[in-house]
Design a binder for this molecule. Structure first.
Ligand code: ZN
Length: 279
């Protein structure tokens, strides 16, 4: 029969193969809706998997942390992403998108219309052109549907075209992700001023109401006014924030606003790591 060496080799080979099968199986589409708030340090990056297995990535976080996080939740054989949204071109949202454009086949991308005069943003635009990614400029009348999931663009109301002024945060694309009776609100780094504009623009209080809210601007006190939180009325808030971050996010006043607005559960990526919800 086989020599001891060959037997050892066969055992290791079969064990490796079994691990590969199990890990691929764990990430295989399961007809459910998944949303992952990725653990990418100080920044935003959120992946949505629809029951029909479309993948939607909102922001890419800083550096290339997103690649490791994606490899945990996407099957190793799947190298395409249906839709990428870059809420605004700050490095804590944009850097990872460059890496994703290089490594994955991105089919569609949604950008704000603001042009940023810097190397990273120019590289992003050239990758979009080079790789034939279908480009959309955000405006609230243009929404996107992937299987059972609606990506409802709620801000900006009209396309913002021109150079990014000093406050890019307030050009952030805000979307409401709707699946059956659940909705999740992602507002990038929009400030309390724009939150107030959203409340006036959508007077039907049911429209902004969402089960889950990603805290605006990493829990900074410049976002998440009590008024806005009362309208959105989320049960759960997720704060995407880096461990011991330099900005002191999340802010104490903001955390108090969440409690005052009756938020039942707060998750923080600095404490909880990657946060996943399945419906
Ligand atoms: Zn940010």
């Amino acid at each position: 029969m086989f020599s001891l060496k060959i037997r050892k080799f066969l055992i290791i080979f079969l064990a490796g193969f079994a691990i590969l099968i199990v890990s691929a199986w764990m990430e295989i589409p399961d007809d459910k809706f998944h949303i992952y708030f990725l653990d990418i340090a100080q920044g935003d990056s959120i992946l949505i998997k629809t029951p029909q297995n479309h993948q939607i990535l909102v922001d890419g976080g800083p550096k290339d942390y997103v690649l490791t996080e994606l490899s945990k939740v996407m099957p190793f054989f799947d190298k395409s992403i249906d839709f990428v949204i870059l809420t605004h071109p700050d490095s804590d949202h944009m850097d990872g998108i460059l890496k994703v454009l290089e490594r994955y086949e991105v089919k569609n991308i949604l950008l704000t219309g603001v042009y940023l005069e810097n190397e990273s943003y120019n590289k992003l635009l050239s990758l979009v052109l080079e790789k034939n990614v279908k480009l959309f400029i955000a405006e609230s009348k243009k929404d996107f549907i992937f299987g059972d999931v609606l990506v409802d663009v709620i801000y900006p109301f009209n396309q913002i075209i021109g150079n990014a002024d000093k406050d890019k945060n307030d050009t952030s694309i805000a979307v409401k992700i709707v699946y059956k009776d659940k909705s999740i609100l992602l507002t990038g780094d929009l400030s309390v001023e724009v939150e107030a504009k959203l409340i006036s623009a959508y007077p039907n209080p049911k429209y902004l109401k969402s089960a889950i809210l990603k805290a605006g601007h990493h829990g900074s006190k410049t976002s998440s006014s009590l008024n806005f939180l009362e309208v959105v009325n989320p049960e759960t808030v997720v704060i995407q924030v880096g461990r011991k971050n330099f900005f002191g996010h999340p802010n104490k006043e903001t955390l108090d606003n969440f409690s005052a607005a009756g938020v039942k559960k707060i998750y923080r990526t600095d404490m909880d790591g990657m946060v996943e919800f399945v419906f």
